[in-house]
Design a protein around this ligand. Structure first.
Ligand SMILES: NC(=O)c1ccc[n+]([C@@H]2O[C@H](COP(=O)([O-])OP(=O)(O)OC[C@H]3O[C@@H](n4cnc5c(N)ncnc54)[C@H](O)[C@@H]3O)[C@@H](O)[C@H]2O)c1
Length: 358
């Protein structure tokens, strides 16, 4: 007989954990963890995520496993949600033992998704952005944007941000939230009048817009030699940000090709359009940027392995900080074959007595 202990990181404890650890330190730890896991890509049982589409958005399940840990994330993307007081993206997920299937860790993943997405963008830009890149356009200034801004300013050396959003209040919010970090690094940020204005002359262009449409945020005539595009918002069928001609002119890098072909900006290109899975660059099997003039695109859609890395990083940090709770998710059965015996509630203690702080 052995009870299943499941650790839990709530949304408010995750916020405490990230605030105490420091957003930048979390981004650094996650980028390193994701890169370490990409460097052992072959160890993982991978699949494209399973998506349920509706007129309003998408709900997705994202599983991945190595020989020890199974991870999954539930995540949605509903661009109209903010009009109803809900975030566009909400998520939670779990880690389970592969050997027994026992769920060991359940966590919020809304805040964590923003961290892991920015950490992945950072990991990729470290290898693909032109060395010495100093300016970045940030188009779409919603929930994800601070995390991308902090990653690129604090950990990649960007010193000039150009912000644009169709909602001026979103840009003002972003500027307010990142001002202390900008000051710390002697960096500047300017709110621009248009995407063209923001992108002109930028070394890096990050697109983070939310619109369930085949949008064209970046056109080919906005490109300049040596640019790196970190295209994050085009992440499901019928939802794109880059003109097809942008991809045609660039070296395109993806997370997991079968998923990105369907979900990424890549959905606009023919099936034989050549892309590179980024793990091949990490493992030295494929070149990254070929020259200072090369235009590189990271067609980010978000892959389950990044959530696996993020979940394991958070669990470790949460344990050290004493911020994990213990939840009773699986019944504690004195006889594992007697599930029915669980119904004899009179013989069992009140559920609240099972809840304890870890
Ligand atoms: N690739 C990934 O791993 C990943 C992870 C998380 C989120 N996402 C995607 O990133 C996007 C941003 O997510 P979020 O949580 O920040 O959403 P959000 O709704 O909080 O912010 C999106 C912002 O984009 C702006 N916008 C919409 N259309 C625009 C346009 N044409 N030009 C300029 N700005 C425009 C909106 O006004 C809004 O402020 C979403 O599309 C989401 O699905 C991708």
């Amino acid at each position: 007989m052995s009870a299943v202990h499941t650790e839990f990181l709530s949304a408010s404890n995750a916020a405490r954990l990230v605030a105490r650890t420091g957003v930048v330190e979390c981004l650094r730890l996650m980028a390193d963890a994701i890169e370490a896991d990409f460097s052992r890509w072959q160890d993982f049982d991978k699949s494209a995520r399973v998506a349920a589409h509706s007129a309003h958005g998408v709900i997705e399940l994202m599983p991945v496993a190595d020989a020890t840990d199974y991870a999954f994330k539930y995540v949605n993307g509903h661009p109209g949600n903010t009009r109803h007081g809900l975030p566009t993206v909400m998520a939670f997920g779990a880690l389970a033992d592969v050997a027994t299937g026992a769920p060991r860790f359940v966590s919020e993943l809304t805040l964590t998704t923003a961290l892991r997405t920015a950490a992945t963008s950072l990991m990729v830009a470290r290898r693909l952005a032109r060395p010495g890149s100093r300016s970045m356009a940030l188009i779409g200034n919603g929930s994800q944007s601070e995390f991308q801004a902090l990653a690129f300013v604090s950990l990649l050396g960007v010193r000039e941000l150009r912000l644009f959003d169709v909602d001026a209040a979103a840009s003002a919010k972003l500027l307010r939230n990142i001002t202390p970090t900008l000051r710390e690094h002697g960096a500047t940020a300017r709110i621009c009048d248009s995407t063209e204005d923001a992108v002109r002359g930028a070394d890096i262009v990050t697109t983070l817009t939310a619109d369930k449409a085949r949008a064209t945020i970046v056109r080919a005539d906005m490109l300049a030699p040596g640019m790196h595009l970190n295209a994050v918002g085009g992440d499901c069928p019928g939802k794109t940000e880059l003109a097809a001609a942008v991809l045609a002119r660039a070296s395109v890098f993806v997370e997991y090709e079968p998923q990105t072909r369907v979900e990424g900006d890549l959905q606009q290109m023919p099936a034989d359009f050549v892309v590179t899975e980024f793990w091949r660059v990490v493992q030295g099997l494929a070149p990254g940027r070929s020259s200072d003039d090369d235009i590189t695109v990271f067609d980010s859609v978000g892959f389950a392995l990044e959530d696996y890395s993020a979940l394991r990083t958070l669990r470790e940090l949460g344990r050290r900080a004493g911020l994990l709770e213990s939840i009773e998710l699986i019944p504690d059965l004195p006889d594992p074959k007697d599930l029915f015996g669980l119904l004899d509630l009179s013989a069992r203690p009140e559920p609240s007595r099972h809840l304890r702080r870890a």
